[in-house]
Design a protein around this ligand. Structure first.
Ligand SMILES: [Ca+2]
Length: 270
């Protein structure tokens, strides 16, 4: 919801109500007060406009995104050597001799959350610079991607890598297979292909290409998605995480019969 617009509407309604209850009285107002009031109103309007045209700058990794990174990193109570650096918890970089007593899972989650800004900011800077709009699943997938590669990957000197190129040129110009491949290209560490890293890239690509109605995440809305949501609604809840996000076709935060009807309308026409 655009709260800035709502606030302005509420303010105008309040002003209208006050005007009805208190008819204007002739009075003297110093010209400087008029100018200050005009400047104040202009600032309020400009702030509202800025809030509307820079939504990407306020994005944060969702709780689903944090859970995904945790699931991919795995938990380590003690410091360990992770390819190029010492890490602890859910892959948080630390010094070799930090946390000699180890950490709990809650402490590790806090360390992870506190470290996310350094991966989120380069993505947001890139998105802002090239006017790239990102959905929440797209942003989450890019944060997970960047978590393993470092924020420097979004620097201009790496402009030849495919995912970056696709984002700049518009994802609608590329196929689902091409976008998946753009993620899976980053499956090597030290020149060695790592199956675990490839699996993570594939999962990131599915999250990245999430859209409402495609419950099973295969890239299209069809009868299989309706069956998946039907089974979830009428049987044992089966859908979790981003599948639940995709199944929420109406976008009201719940998965129910209304989503099945919305998906039916998308498939067969309203
Ligand atoms: Ca589907």
């Amino acid at each position: 919801m655009d709260y800035s617009s709502a606030m302005i509407i509420i303010h105008f309604d309040t002003f209208s109500q006050l005007a009805l209850e208190n008819p204007p009285r002739p009075c003297y107002t110093h010209p400087m007060k008029n100018r200050l009031f005009s400047a104040f109103i202009l600032c309020v309007l400009l702030c509202g406009l800025c809030a509307q045209i820079t939504p990407a700058l306020s994005m944060e990794t969702s709780s689903l995104g944090i859970d995904f990174i945790k699931s991919q990193e795995g938990f380590s109570e003690f410091v360990y050597w992770d390819y190029k650096q010492w890490s602890i918890g859910y892959g948080t970089t630390v010094g070799e001799f930090d946390y000699p007593e180890g950490i709990t899972e809650n402490e590790a989650t806090l360390l992870l959350i506190n470290s996310l800004a350094k991966y989120e900011t380069p993505i947001l800077d890139f998105a802002d610079k090239y006017n790239v709009a990102l959905s929440q699943p797209q942003f989450d997938a890019l944060v997970s991607f960047t978590y393993t590669l470092g924020g420097g990957i979004w620097a201009d000197k790496y402009e030849d890598f495919m995912l970056r190129q696709y984002l700049r040129e518009g994802l609608e110009n590329f196929t689902r297979a091409e976008i998946t491949q753009a993620f899976e290209n980053w499956r090597y560490a030290g020149g060695v292909e790592l199956p675990g890293l490839l699996a993570r890239r594939t999962r990131e690509a599915v999250i990245f290409q999430s859209f409402k109605g495609d419950a099973n995440g295969d890239g299209q809305i069809d009868i299989d998605d309706i069956i998946a949501v039907r089974d979830h609604v009428f049987g044992t809840p089966l859908l979790t995480n981003y599948a639940l996000w995709r199944a929420d076709c109406t976008g009201d935060g719940r998965v129910n019969v209304e989503d099945i009807l919305a998906m039916r309308d998308l498939i067969f026409g309203a």
